[in-house]
Write a protein that binds this ligand. Structure first.
Ligand SMILES: *[C@@H]1O[C@H](CO)[C@@H](O)[C@H](O)[C@H]1NC(C)=O
Ligand SMILES: *[C@@H]1O[C@H](CO)[C@@H](O)[C@H](O)[C@H]1NC(C)=O
Ligand SMILES: *[C@@H]1O[C@H](CO)[C@@H](O)[C@H](O)[C@H]1NC(C)=O
Ligand SMILES: *[C@@H]1O[C@H](CO)[C@@H](O)[C@H](O)[C@H]1NC(C)=O
Ligand SMILES: *[C@@H]1O[C@H](CO)[C@@H](O)[C@H](O)[C@H]1NC(C)=O
Length: 255
């Protein structure tokens, strides 16, 4: 019995196998912040012949490579050059975690941490599920329209929250503070519009799943001239963007 136990223990020591661990749950972090992608083994590994490779699981993009005792910045994807930080002093503890700085929306996805030693190799996958953000964009240039024309006022939402889970999008006149059109919990409420806009405003319903909450304004009138605000609410977050509508001289109409 004891002999068998000793034999197994010896086998384990000589096999020098290891298991690579990652974080227990997918990660969520705010846009622009830093996040540590955990990757470690239980027992320290000799640095000689050690190789640690961090890659995007989907695109195979090399995020960080540590080989022969040093980080190889020259083979790493340019984009990660200044943003991926490897804890060189942690290697002796069997910790191969990577810190990713200044998080971007495109960082969402899966990362594979592959560890190779002389005897064995192993890997773990770390998922960065959400880069939390709510960015709303309108139009940087003002829109010009003639009396009677139809116009589209742009409003697009980029968020980790899917468009169908956005609670509210409210279009209003920012200069005169009147409601233009309201969208709440998957529904448009035309009755909430100010009289001035009744039957003249709508969303592009088919575009909403893409985060396009642009407003269609029909038969533009003189009093429509002004500043429009698209305000978006999702969970604890809110953001807005504006679009300026100008009216062309009606005398120039009909070129
Ligand atoms: C590995 O190092 C990182 C960075 O110092 C630290 O946040 C993490 O807790 C360490 N993990 C383990 C398992 O030691
Ligand atoms: C509105 O968005 C569309 C699509 O992105 C773009 O082509 C167009 O130039 C935008 N309009 C304005 C006034 O910014
Ligand atoms: C909108 O509809 C989708 C799918 O029908 C649903 O999952 C979601 O919870 C709804 N969103 C809101 C804010 O009610
Ligand atoms: C939103 O959708 C409308 C209708 O397809 C389109 O005209 C407009 O350019 C889109 N806006 C953006 C910003 O994509
Ligand atoms: C619109 O967003 C800006 C920040 O981008 C914020 O300072 C302002 O309070 C917001 N306005 C409204 C009416 O929510």
């Amino acid at each position: 019995m004891y002999i068998m136990f000793i034999v197994i223990a010896i086998l384990l020591v000589f096999a020098d196998g290891f298991t690579v661990h990652g974080p227990p749950d997918p990660l969520v972090a705010p846009l622009g912040s830093s996040v540590v992608l955990l990757c470690y083994v239980d027992e320290p590994l000799p640095v000689k012949d050690l190789e640690v490779e961090w890659k995007r699981t989907d695109s195979e993009t090399l995020v960080h490579l540590f080989v022969d005792g040093e980080s190889r910045a020259e083979v790493q994807q340019q984009d990660y050059h200044d943003r991926a930080h490897f804890f060189t002093d942690q290697i002796q503890h069997g910790n191969f975690s990577l810190r990713l700085d200044n998080l971007r929306a495109e960082d969402e996805g899966k990362y594979t941490c592959k560890v190779y030693s002389e005897q064995d190799s192993g890997e773990t996958v770390v998922q960065l599920k959400d880069v939390e953000r709510l960015l709303v964009s309108g139009s940087s240039r003002s829109i010009s329209a003639y009396d009677g024309e139809d116009v589209t006022l742009n409003c697009t939402v980029d968020s980790h929250i899917k468009p169908e889970h956005i609670e509210e999008v409210s279009w209003k006149r920012a200069d005169v503070d009147i409601p233009v059109l309201l969208y709440q919990n998957n529904e448009t409420f035309p009755d909430s519009s100010d009289e001035q806009y009744t039957d003249r405003v709508e969303f592009f319903t088919d575009e909403i799943p893409k985060g396009n909450f642009s407003l269609r304004l029909k038969s533009v009138r003189t009093e429509d001239k002004g500043v429009y605000m698209c305000e978006v609410f999702a969970g604890v977050l809110s953001a807005n963007a504006t679009v300026v509508l100008q009216l062309g001289e009606s005398t120039k109409h009909g070129k």
